[in-house]
Design a protein around this ligand. Structure first.
Ligand code: FHN
Length: 446
């Protein structure tokens, strides 16, 4: 009897598997602490530091060979982001449809954007802590930018994350080289790692970030190795474990030591990989070829349609998109970044259900006209190129006939279609409702 019952149940399960299509086919194994992250697909990156005051990008110190003394006396000591307005930034992020923000707590220049108490992070004279609060005129305000941003994120219901650079051009343990830092000794190395962890402890205790986004981890890649290539894969593993001890559900990127499959997600930079990584991933991107505020790049904002399509393409390949803004030295957002965020927001107001909670395209090959995303019983066709003959060929999902095809905008206009060789041939309206990306949804009943 037991055998018969088991057989019957197996038969029911098989029937279910065959006839229940399409269902949400999770593209990757998603641990529960990352559900929100994988569903949201869209976040804001903020690069803000003393380099924002200088206005020549966050690499200026290294690129222009500026000494620590010069950098700190002429640049960092004048950095005063007094017009930083967390609520405005969060409003822009939310209107654009972003669900999380990651801000630089410490970039390669070494300036801590919070009131760190870790003693070794002093300025070049060794007398003052090299932080926004202790070193810059902004300290007089008694404000805490990271806390303001965190609280604004909490109030808006979006997540808050912090960026932290492993290399540090200010810390006495390191000599600033080209894109690498040279560690002074094994003892200095051990002490720096200890102190870095103390800073991370401060950050987690104080701001309870949902994401910890590391960078500046590449010294191991230096051909002229410095002190056993000073930051190693093992250091990356230790750092990851340390972060999880501090906060078990924190999400940590792969740059605890990139290239070794560490961390919770992979981080391609300024590109959407053609072949999507085999685990969760996020690409970070600039709007204008600059991370930190760079005056000369204020004229080089990319066209919104390319940013939008890149974002959608990342999602269609199963990724997240972290789009950067580089506020000016006074902390205000640039006009160019506001415009782009507003424009993306207008598109998201109409089409965001083809983004949130979706998984990557169920079809291997991308069509010539755009890309696909998928959620539950819907397959979304993101049409970048509108065909002149008003016909669009969409693949049938699992060889099934869809129950309906419609424009995914507020009109919800049903579109006529026929099926040919496992393809849905859709009759398009004459004009694309959105030339950048019109979304057409194909729905399947079972
Ligand atoms: O060197 C940095 C750069 O300044 C910027 O912060 C980007 C953002 O991903 N990451 C580094 C290079 O990988």
């Amino acid at each position: 009897m037991k055998k018969v019952l088991t057989l019957f149940l197996t038969f029911i399960l098989i029937l279910q598997a065959v006839f229940t299509v399409p269902v949400q086919s999770a593209a990757y194994d998603i641990p529960s602490n990352m559900d929100w992250w994988a569903d949201s697909h869209f976040g804001m990156f903020i690069h803000l530091g003393a380099y924002s005051y200088y206005g020549q990008g966050e690499w200026a110190m290294s690129e222009q060979n500026i000494s620590k003394k010069e950098y700190q006396e002429n640049i960092a000591s004048k950095f005063n982001p007094e017009s930083f307005d967390a609520k405005t930034i969060v409003d822009y992020a939310c209107k654009a449809g972003m669900k999380y923000i990651v801000i630089t707590a410490k970039h390669h220049e070494g300036l801590a954007m919070w009131d760190t108490q870790v003693e070794s992070f002093k300025d070049y004279t060794g007398t003052k802590l090299f932080s926004l609060q202790q070193y810059t005129p902004f300290g007089r305000t008694g404000r805490d930018i990271l806390m303001e941003l965190k609280e604004a994120c909490d109030a808006a219901g979006i997540k808050f994350g912090l960026y932290y650079s492993i290399i540090d051009w200010n810390h006495p343990s390191q000599e600033t080289g080209t894109s690498f830092t040279t560690m002074a000794s094994m003892e200095a190395r051990a002490n720096y790692i200890k102190d870095m962890k103390a800073q991370l402890n401060e950050l987690v205790r104080r701001y309870n970030p949902s994401v910890m986004w590391f960078d500046g981890d590449w010294t191991y890649n230096n051909k002229e190795a410095t002190l056993e290539s000073w930051w190693t894969e093992q250091d990356g593993k230790d750092l990851y474990n340390y972060m999880k001890e501090l906060k078990p559900d924190i999400i940590v990127n792969e740059r605890v030591c990139r290239g070794y499959g560490l961390g919770d997600f992979e981080c391609p930079e300024q590109r959407v990989p053609i072949k999507a990584p085999s685990r969760l991933w996020e690409t970070c991107q600039t709007m204008n070829y600059a991370w930190g505020y760079k005056e000369s790049c204020e004229k080089t904002y990319r066209e919104i349609k390319y940013i939008l399509r890149e974002f959608v393409t990342a999602v269609s390949r199963g990724g997240n998109y972290l789009l950067n803004i580089g506020p000016k030295g006074d902390g205000t957002m640039t006009g160019g970044s506001k415009k782009i965020l507003n424009n993306i927001g207008k598109w998201m107001d109409i089409y965001s259900d083809s983004i949130y909670g979706t998984v990557k395209s169920p079809f291997g090959k991308e069509p010539g006209w755009g890309v696909y995303t998928q959620k539950d019983k819907n397959v979304y066709a993101h049409v970048f190129k509108w065909s002149k003959n008003r016909q669009l060929k969409i693949k049938c999902y699992k060889n099934k006939k869809p129950s309906g095809v419609r424009l995914n905008n507020s009109s919800g206009k049903k579109l006529k279609f026929s099926i040919k060789n496992n393809n849905i041939i859709v009759k398009l309206p004459e004009k694309a409702p959105d030339k950048r990306d019109t979304v057409i949804v194909t729905e399947y009943k079972n």
